[in-house]
Design a protein around this ligand. Structure first.
Ligand SMILES: O=c1ccn([C@@H]2O[C@H](COP(=O)(O)O)[C@@H](O)[C@H]2O)c(=O)[nH]1
Length: 271
């Protein structure tokens, strides 16, 4: 999907919501466990009920690969089931030496036709570039993550006082463009989102961390929105586990709609 197609989805749906698919066999409603593929049944119902409000889906690969070969099969079915006009993110946090990265890219972009994959910047240019060589596909590079451990490395300053996440943003903009490179910027980093926006004015940010992790949607929009919105805000557990009963998909729909309505107001305010 191109940047302008993504922006037009955002405008059509008045939404920049990414629904995170983190399906855990221990958390999905018990009645699904008798289905032939409980994780697929769960994701399918969530997608059917939230697709009106979502511009992106982000399956987190860990939740599928933990189930072995069956999990990979389920992931492929989920990826295939997501409506084609909705942006897809393989949250896999990959990156390795060049020839290995190339095969990771093929796995997610060719075998499974995802629009994007999350990539770790730690191994540098030759580990990221292979993912950038596919037409209309995206790298979403970890810049400033939402977890407490992000402070261990990402905020370390060099001798000139420049934090590591800033070097990641500056250097990586030599490898990709706002047409094929996004950044992960955690919603829990409210005070820093504005700084990241100054460093990457035109790039889209994938923003996890609203909902269960406590990030503020309004703060993210205030400091992070640009003239093409520039934001995909993810919520996983807050939507998909809104109920653990038979009404789980309807409860997910209500949570997704709540976020979308807030997003509509924020788009009217800042765009
Ligand atoms: O910095 C990051 C990068 C990725 N994630 C992932 O996003 C979702 C968040 O789930 P919630 O349930 O909405 O908290 C999950 O898949 C993480 O692995 C992140 O949280 N922070």
């Amino acid at each position: 999907m191109t940047r302008s197609e993504l922006f037009s989805q955002i405008q059509q749906k008045s939404s920049f919501l990414c629904v995170g698919l983190d399906p855990d066999l221990e958390k999905i409603p018990r009645h699904l466990l008798s289905e032939p593929d409980p994780i697929f049944s769960f994701c399918k119902a969530i997608i059917e009920e939230t697709a009106d409000f979502a511009v992106a889906y982000k399956p987190n690969i860990a939740f599928f690969e933990a189930l072995g070969a069956k999990g990979w099969e389920t992931l492929a079915k989920v990826a295939e089931f997501i409506p084609k006009d909705i942006f897809t993110i393989a949250d896999a946090k990959r990156g390795d030496i060049g020839n290995t990265s190339k095969l990771y890219a093929k796995a997610f972009f060719e075998s499974m036709n995802f629009d994007s994959v999350t990539v770790a910047p730690y191994m540098g240019k030759d580990s990221v570039s292979p993912f950038l060589e596919f037409d209309n596909k995206w790298v979403i590079l970890l810049a400033l993550t939402s977890n407490p451990g992000s402070m261990d490395f990402q905020l370390i300053e060099d001798k000139a006082g420049k934090p590591l996440y800033q070097s990641v943003l500056e250097k990586s903009q030599e490898w990709g463009s706002p047409e094929n490179l996004m950044y992960v910027v955690g919603a829990t980093r409210g005070e820093l989102i504005g700084k990241v926006r100054v460093l990457a004015p035109d790039h889209f940010f994938l923003v996890p961390g609203v909902g269960v992790q406590g990030g503020s949607l309004s703060e993210v929009a205030q400091f992070g929105m640009n003239s093409s919105c520039g934001l995909l805000v993810n919520s996983s557990r807050g939507i998909i586990y809104a109920s653990s009963e038979k009404d789980f998909a309807q409860a997910a729909r209500r949570e997704a709609e709540k976020l979308q309505l807030e997003m509509k107001d924020l788009l009217e305010k800042y765009l």
